[in-house]
Write a protein that binds this ligand. Structure first.
Ligand SMILES: Cc1ncc(COP(=O)(O)O)c(C=O)c1O
Length: 376
């Protein structure tokens, strides 16, 4: 198998007429890599195929894809409805940048997603989902949202990173634009930051020129790395998903555990909805412990782990853990809506063995218990 990386920033021509002919193709012309590059083309074709979309665009980050989608589809005076559980910087983009541009942003609780009709206004132009959410894995009713949106000529966007196109194809559920941080599962090796957007031909005609102007498209070397990751996505996801579900079940049996937030557990709210929208579950979930331990014990818990590294991001081949109980303290409405508990950890399961991960967490629980005992 041959892999070509077209690193050139420009493409030269035998004659000026050849150049003019290529440039006349617009976005389809191979003239300048910010606009079109053969390596990025190859990746975009694969993602479009997986998402069952007409087109895809590769970006230098997930935020590049998200910001381009929102900036391309919204203008001053428009109203955006967005799920409260969205990724923090997506919220910052809406609150800071879109607000400054005169776009009205309104958040809705995930529980409302089955009927958002009361929130639709004459100027509602877009609804943005992130399902599952990536803190407490909240599931939104994608079919209900897209049915309503289509009836009102509203465009729908979804962050599909958690499920990946292998486990959820939102376009088949009526969504218009799918965005990803390919930094997570799609690339899978924590060695490249990338984003993807997939949509139909009509919206591509609106979004592609904005991607070109904003200039955040994916570099060819990085496009190659994402493609290399994509080759093993199916087996990584299968293994990471299975280990995560088994670990989630094991955690449910622990006395310290108050609740496990994993859409593959039958007692998870939204379990049936998740099963009706997704064909599998990936490796990111959260767990709340009780009674909530002071910071010193929480630190001891994560510091004691050796297979789980302490770090942001997720979806790579190595397991990660992050205390998230302090998130959104300054925003009680978001905290409540996302169901964040005082002692909570987000776990991204990698490719390690289940036995090793269980042994590691047992070790962490013992360290936490030792600190709590000293405090008594
Ligand atoms: C759900 C979700 N969407 C989008 C992003 C942004 O992706 P990137 O860091 O590639 O810009 C992240 C990053 O963590 C994320 O978790």
């Amino acid at each position: 198998m041959v892999s070509l990386i077209g690193v050139s920033t420009l493409f030269s021509f035998e004659s000026y007429q050849d150049f003019l002919d290529e440039r006349a193709k617009g976005a389809a012309g191979i003239v300048y890599s910010r606009v079109r590059n053969p390596t990025r083309d190859a990746l975009e074709a694969k993602i479009a195929f997986l998402e069952q979309a007409d087109h895809a665009i590769g970006f230098a980050s997930g935020m590049g894809a998200i910001s381009t989608a929102l900036l391309a589809l919204l203008k001053a005076g428009d109203h955006l409805l967005i799920a409260m559980c969205c990724y923090g910087p997506t919220r910052a983009l809406c609150d800071i940048l879109l607000g400054r541009l005169g776009i009205e942003v309104e958040y809705f609780d995930v529980a409302e997603s089955h009927d958002l009709s009361g929130r639709i206004k004459p100027n509602t132009r877009a609804i943005y989902l992130e399902s599952p959410g990536t803190f407490t894995m909240q599931i939104q009713d994608i079919r209900a949202v897209t049915r309503l949106a289509r009836a009102h000529n509203i465009v729908t966007i979804i962050d599909n990173t958690w499920a990946t196109p292998l486990y959820q194809q939102p376009i088949t559920l009526g969504v218009d634009v799918v965005v990803h941080t390919a930094t997570k599962y799609i690339a899978g090796h924590s060695d490249v930051t990338a984003g993807m957007l997939a949509c139909n031909a009509d919206l591509y005609r609106i979004i592609q020129p904005v991607a070109e102007i904003l200039g955040g498209t994916l570099a060819p070397d990085d496009a190659y790395l994402v493609m290399r990751g994509l080759r093993t996505l199916a087996i990584r996801l299968e293994r990471q998903g299975a280990t995560a579900l088994a670990l989630a079940r094991w955690l449910q049996s622990r006395p310290e555990v108050q609740r496990v937030y994993h859409p593959g557990l039958p007692d998870f709210p939204g379990y049936e909805l998740a099963a009706s929208q997704m064909s599998g579950t990936s490796g990111l979930f959260s767990v709340a412990l009780h009674p909530p331990a002071p910071d010193a014990a929480q630190h001891a818990f994560v510091n004691a782990l050796s297979y789980f590294s302490i770090g942001v991001s997720w979806g790579g081949f190595e397991s990660l853990i992050m205390p998230i109980g302090d998130s959104y303290r300054e925003a009680p409405q978001i905290r409540r809506s996302m169901g964040i508990q005082d002692e909570m950890y987000r776990i991204s399961v990698g490719l390690e063995s289940l036995a090793d991960l269980i042994a590691d967490l047992e070790w962490g629980f013992a360290a936490r218990k030792a600190v709590l005992a000293r405090m008594e």
